[in-house]
Design a protein around this ligand. Structure first.
Ligand code: 5AD
Ligand code: FES
Length: 369
């Protein structure tokens, strides 16, 4: 049996190593976290990059069984930000030297929506002189839509696989054409084809989820050679069908702990990718995101959505920072990041080093021309 010290020295973890690491507790767990931070500092440095999160709309055509803004949740009032509101958010990100924004929304693929996004992207590129990096998180779309958005100026895209296990995926989604594992995989491949830096991720601590599946999730991320990962604990929402399975959940603190371990292990497996400290971590522990940074994450997405809408973009219960204004979020964040000894990469895009390296290699060099 390989000891923990031996596993932590390996440059390529196998499934058994991952399972051992997922089960660490106490001193062993702390050794994992220390190793992960050490690798992060060595490979990509101790800077944290910001992506101002704009929750553009909670209108959603889909019905994921876990999500509070699912189409069938009639209790949820719906909103779409006006163009002026989105541009004001982007301006806030610029003024505060965030470097990048993320535009996230419920999933829609109608032409009114997709062309509106294109127009907004062009406007943001114009008003920021191309200086603001743009990540999108707008779900599954046709390849042509991805291409159109890439050409309009977005260059990173987050689309979580949610669970890499097709049976688990089927447990947490309705069974129809709109919610298919294969379609999600195809969308991930299309995003790469369109030129995006590719981000995906999973939920951790879903009802009936096993450690074995979590280990497979990490292997899936490595096999797909993703550039960025966002993953966080599953948090129940009482107006969703999956709430009925709440009796089968681990306590929230254990889901949080598993999420930290998943982040730390992923950092050992993929030292140069960007890993986000998901907001859901903060819903369980007020210092959840900062702890994730200590254990290997390097991206934070401060919410810059106008405060009045934040409460309406509720994917899960206990969403943090729904009352603060964007200005309050900025100063709060600064204090939190310096508290853990990291530094914010102001005015930097902070692209995935993994992506940049792979793509440099694809560029023709002087000797191949
Ligand atoms: N708990 C945790 N994360 C959730 N998401 C959606 N609903 C929940 C929930 N109840 C995550 C999904 C989605 C991302 C935008 O938010 O992983 O891809
Ligand atoms: Fe909106 Fe899942 S409920 S994409």
């Amino acid at each position: 049996m390989t000891t923990l010290t031996e596993i932590l020295k390996k440059s390529f973890l196998d499934k058994q190593d991952i399972l051992t690491l997922l089960q660490t507790t106490g001193e062993d767990q702390l050794a994992l976290f220390r190793k992960s931070r050490e690798i992060t500092d060595f490979q990509i440095g101790n800077k944290v990059y910001l992506r101002g999160l704009i929750e553009y709309s909670n209108v959603c055509a889909k019905d994921c069984l876990y999500c509070g803004i699912r189409k069938s949740n009639r209790k949820q009032a719906r909103y779409v930000l006006s163009d002026e509101e989105v541009i004001a958010c982007a301006q806030h990100a610029l003024d505060n030297h965030y470097g990048s924004i993320v535009i996230q929304a419920g999933e829609r693929s109608d032409a009114i929506f997709t062309s509106k996004i294109t127009a907004i992207l062009k406007e943001i590129k114009k008003m920021s002189n191309g200086t603001l990096g743009v990540t999108l998180s707008l779900g599954e779309q046709k390849l042509e839509t991805y291409q159109e958005w890439f050409e309009a100026g977005a260059h990173r895209y987050l689309l979580r696989i949610e669970s890499s296990n097709p049976k688990m995926f089927a447990k947490i989604h309705p069974h129809n054409e709109l919610h298919s594992f294969e379609r999600r995989l195809k969308a991930l491949h299309d995003l790469r084809k369109a030129g995006f830096q590719l981000g995906t991720g999973v939920m951790i601590g879903l009802p009936f989820q096993t450690l074995d599946q979590m280990a497979d999730d990490l292997l899936f991320l490595r096999n797909l050679k993703v550039d960025m990962v966002g993953m966080g604990p599953y948090i129940e929402h009482q107006d969703t069908p999956l709430y009925e399975a709440s009796d089968f959940l681990l306590p929230r603190s254990e889901r949080l702990d598993l999420a930290f371990k998943m982040i730390a292990i992923l950092r050992l497996m993929m030292p140069e990718i960007n890993i986000a400290a998901a907001t859901a971590l903060q819903a369980i522990d007020p210092m959840g995101r900062e702890k994730a940074i200590k254990y290997g994450a390097n991206i934070i997405m401060p919410n810059i959505t106008p405060t009045v809408f934040r409460n309406q973009y509720k994917l899960y219960e206990d969403k943090p920072c729904t009352d603060e204004s964007p200005v309050e979020c900025t100063s709060c964040l600064e204090a939190r990041i310096s508290m853990i000894g990291s530094e914010i990469g102001y005015d930097e895009w902070g692209d995935s080093k993994y992506f940049l390296k792979q793509n440099q290699m694809k560029q023709p060099t002087a000797s191949t021309l």
